[in-house]
Design a protein around this ligand. Structure first.
Ligand code: B12
Ligand code: SF4
Length: 426
């Protein structure tokens, strides 16, 4: 997989903030892609443009200083899509010799009519480490319908990207991680074991979960502790601890380390048995992100295809909180055909769990996901700009006015909860 000559590749995360340059989440996607390209002899520059107001000027500067052959950008729905589009539009108009590539979650869920699709030479879904190298080796052709690559060697990922990228600005007192120690957000896997009908992972990583080898990951965390003094890690992964054997190995590796590390991770409610929770706790896990989605357990098993949860979804959250985990849950209203009664039940269920931190969402139909198969094609070329919030289309059985008021109540609840939690952090 070697291109004819070393190429110069500028890899950018466009970020989501228009100003502020906040450094909270390292752009792991382009970091790992950059590592793979560098290992293959290419010359790489990785930039995080979160909070950069003058994206176009920043790109001009990189083109003059770094002289890239390729501009690769991580694509995600919402503000990130808008910012990626700005970069591609400017590059196409002012630096047409630079080949333009869109990767990341947006590449797997990109509507064919999206404005951004016409501004790039290639759309590469799945693992960028392999898909980008293959595209380069093929002579950088125009390419739209690539199938998602799922063959990156996760044993070659390195959690410390120095000197390619500096993680120091991302070590923070962890407002979002819910760990009370200096924390880094890290990534240790790809894909997910589950098949939820509304989720991008089916399109992005259809073959399921792949983890970094447990000893390598534990060793990587120890290295980050040594270099940056971080004692907390939050995994941004979708399903890192789903497989029992890997989870056991990882927890064992962490217990065997000579440094006390705390960590947090996403956990499916269906997996939150007392035994699994106990195992995670023993391994130093203290914070969990769980998909509550709706209080309607039948919808969980049916429409959402999330599988059965022992004692119901609310029961799983309670179990985890009772053991001492700090739990944050994604709560979604506006599911297709959802009734007012169902939404009120969800709001009441969240209200009834005072210790629960809440991420509030409105359902947004993503193309290439089973639940959106019927609805997604009807939206226009700007659909990729929608957040899972106030501007999401209303596919429920309720009026726009009711959805708006329910959304405001959910947001108020989430903000109040999360503000209280933030003040408890040291
Ligand atoms: C951290 C995170 C955030 C952070 C900020 C991220 C940032 N730095 O800007 C916060 C909390 C702010 C956030 C917010 C939102 N997020 Co978010 N977030 C994530 C999360 C958890 C981790 C991203 C990550 O680092 N992954 C690890 C790396 C290794 O994976 P990766 O980025 O996919 O990269 C690989 C490939 O995609 C590819 N690749 C990546 N970049 C490139 C570039 C090129 C050129 C190529 C070829 C390949 C390539 O190669 C990489 C290595 O294999 C993901 C879920 C996830 N696990 O990925 C969701 C996710 C990206 N978020 C998502 C969404 C929807 C949102 C929101 C819109 C939700 C909302 N409130 O409405 C908001 C708004 C964000 C926005 N408008 O951009 C969706 C995106 C769906 C989609 N199809 O676009 C995801 C996938 C979650 C989900 N399950 O739905 N998010
Ligand atoms: S468990 Fe989460 S990441 Fe996995 S398929 Fe379901 S919603 Fe997606």
């Amino acid at each position: 997989m070697i291109a004819t000559r070393p190429l110069r590749v500028l890899l950018a995360h466009p970020g989501i903030d228009e100003t502020g340059a906040r450094r909270e989440f390292p752009p792991w996607g382009v970091i790992f892609v950059g590592q793979a390209l560098a290992r293959s002899g290419h010359v790489v520059q990785v930039v995080d443009w979160n909070g950069e107001p003058a994206l176009e000027t920043a790109l001009d500067r990189q083109v003059i200083d770094f002289r890239p052959d390729i501009l690769g950008v991580t694509g995600k729905w919402g503000r990130a899509a808008r910012r990626a589009e700005r970069l591609f539009r400017h590059a196409a108009a002012h630096h047409p010799a630079v080949r333009r590539v869109l990767g990341g979650p947006l590449a797997a869920t990109l509507p064919a009519n999206a404005t951004i699709a016409a501004l790039v030479n290639a759309v590469l879904p799945g693992d960028g480490e392999t898909t980008l190298l293959r595209w380069m080796a093929a002579g950088m052709p125009n390419l739209r319908d690539a199938s998602p690559a799922q063959d990156a060697d996760l044993g070659a990922c390195c959690l410390d990207p120095a000197p390619l990228f500096d993680l120091r600005p991302y070590v923070r007192p962890a407002e979002r991680s819910d760990l009370d120690v200096p924390t880094l957000f890290v990534s240790g896997s790809r894909g997910c074991v589950a098949r939820c009908s509304f989720c991008y992972t089916l399109a992005h990583a259809p073959s399921g979960l792949r983890e970094m080898p447990a000893p390598l990951l534990a060793h990587g965390l120890r290295g980050l502790y040594q270099r940056y003094g971080v004692t907390g890690f939050y995994f941004v992964d979708d399903g890192l601890v789903s497989r029992a054997r890997w989870r056991r190995d990882f927890c064992q590796e962490l217990r065997a380390l000579d440094v006390p590390l705390l960590w947090g991770v996403d956990l499916r409610t269906a997996e939150a048995t007392s035994a699994t929770l106990g195992e995670l706790w023993q391994g130093g896990c203290r914070a969990l992100y769980m998909g509550f989605e709706t209080a309607d357990d039948a919808a969980h098993r049916g429409m959402l295809r999330k599988g059965p949860t022992a004692g119901g979804v609310g029961g799983a959250l309670q179990r985890a909180m009772a053991m001492g985990f700090r739990v944050r849950a994604s709560v979604v209203i506006g599911w297709p055909g959802e009734s007012r009664t169902a939404i009120e039940r969800t709001l009441a269920a969240v209200q009834a769990q005072p210790g629960l931190l809440v991420d509030a969402f409105r359902y947004n139909p993503l193309p290439n996901t089973p639940l959106a198969a019927a609805s997604a094609p009807q939206f226009g070329p700007q659909h990729v700009y929608t957040e899972y919030g106030a501007d999401a289309p209303n596919l429920s059985d309720c009026s726009d006015a009711y959805i708006q008021s329910a959304w405001e109540r959910l947001l108020a609840l989430a903000n109040a909860r999360n503000a209280v939690a933030a003040t408890t952090l040291t």
